[in-house]
Write a protein that binds this ligand. Structure first.
Ligand code: NI
Length: 382
């Protein structure tokens, strides 16, 4: 795999170019164009852009017939004002590649160039450059638009860089690796009144505070202490002035879990608590609970293939198996609900954490990531 090392400088230059031109969910127009131009320049001509408003899928055929697998990179940036000062900083104020999707894209471009050059495998590899991983679920959109119906993909592989995990180490789980991501909104309607005459109103602020504190009992009193659940209230809005008890209050927050049973339990408890507390205060509560991303659950066979591939690249002592999962979420989960696959973490060493304004993808893991994907293709399609 020496040839992939020769692509390092090119991969770094792509990564820096993408970093300087960040675009967020479903607006990755320039980024998609850049990726398409690169793929075409490698000689990859089977390109599909109709699975999502932005993003592209390329097909690379091996020199022998065989199975069909996919490699996936996310391509979107975040709404963050970058605080770095290197020469390839974001040129778009308020947008930033603070999750390293610039690096994931550069890795997959390098892999695509290598695979198309050598074609030393049996079957077909789809390289999926997926938009809108952050918040909008670009993976779900691609799945809903028939990605896996049009292409008989048998397994899919994705990776994510992880700052402050050991440099060039792989972290591979057989089951859950990222949590589900749900959001909720509670709208409280009381009765507004003069602050000096509280008995004439139904104080929505008092009701909201009771709801916020009682929501904490879902984790502490309804959840098995050995199971993981997060219920976080992230917004409380009510009131405009000093001397009015407001009629309305809104509470918003998020729920993270590793099982649909816990999601169901959290949803029903949030509704019972909000409506119950509003009722005892003679007011009303309306609860809107939305499931955004499911749990990211790796498939066991593909996890074993990933472990073999990673071990081949970095050695046994740099492959960490069945590590503690993260309460963060990932829309690759939608793809893993449809077909077998695995999502692994690649340690990026010390540095600012993901989504921090001084974060930067570590270029030292570009080659490791690319070698891993190439080895996956060898394992799956030789
Ligand atoms: Ni990310």
């Amino acid at each position: 795999m020496t040839a992939i090392n020769e692509l390092k400088n090119e991969m770094i230059s792509w990564r820096h170019y993408i970093h300087a031109h960040p675009e967020t969910a479903f607006k990755e127009i320039h980024t998609t164009q850049f990726i398409i131009e690169k793929l075409q320049s490698f000689g990859i001509t089977e390109l599909y852009t109709d699975f999502s408003p932005t993003g592209v899928v390329g097909l690379i055929k091996g020199n022998r017939k065989g199975r069909f697998i996919a490699l996936r990179a996310d391509i979107d940036a975040l709404d963050i004002v970058e605080e770095n000062s290197f020469d390839y900083c974001s040129t778009i104020h308020g947008k930033m590649h603070a999750c390293g999707h610039d690096g994931h894209t550069a890795i997959l471009l390098g892999v695509a160039k290598y695979l198309n050059l050598f074609r030393d495998f049996s079957g077909t590899v789809a390289v999926i450059f997926q938009p809108a991983e952050e918040n909008e679920g670009g993976a779900r959109v691609m799945v809903e638009n028939g990605l896996f119906e049009r292409f008989p993909i048998e397994a899919i592989y994705g990776l994510h860089n992880q700052p402050n995990m050991a440099l060039n180490h792989f972290y591979i789980n057989h089951g859950a690796i990222m949590a589900s991501f749900d959001v909720f909104e509670i709208k409280i309607t009381g009765t507004g009144s003069h602050a000096a005459a509280p008995h004439l109103g139904k104080d929505s602020i008092l009701i909201a505070t009771h709801i916020v504190s009682t929501l904490q009992s879902i984790v502490s009193r309804n959840t098995d202490p050995l199971s993981a659940l997060v219920v976080s209230v992230t917004q409380v809005h009510s009131g405009d002035t000093w001397n009015v008890l407001p009629q309305k209050a809104v509470i918003r927050g998020t729920v993270r879990a590793f099982s649909p049973q816990l999601q169901d339990m959290a949803e029903s408890r949030i509704k019972e608590i909000a409506i119950g507390i509003a009722t005892i205060f003679e007011a009303k509560a309306e609860v809107n609970y939305q499931r955004r991303y499911p749990v990211t659950i790796n498939h066991s066979n593909q996890a074993d293939i990933a472990i073999r591939a990673a071990t081949h690249i970095v050695g046994t002592n740099k492959v960490v198996i069945d590590t503690k999962p993260s309460m963060g979420a990932e829309d690759f989960a939608f793809m893993l609900q449809k077909i077998p696959g695995v999502y692994v973490w690649l340690g990026a060493g010390n540095g600012a954490n993901l989504h921090h304004p001084t974060y930067n993808f570590n270029d030292e893991i570009l080659i490791t990531g690319a070698k891993y994907f190439i080895e996956i293709v060898k394992q799956e399609l030789s």
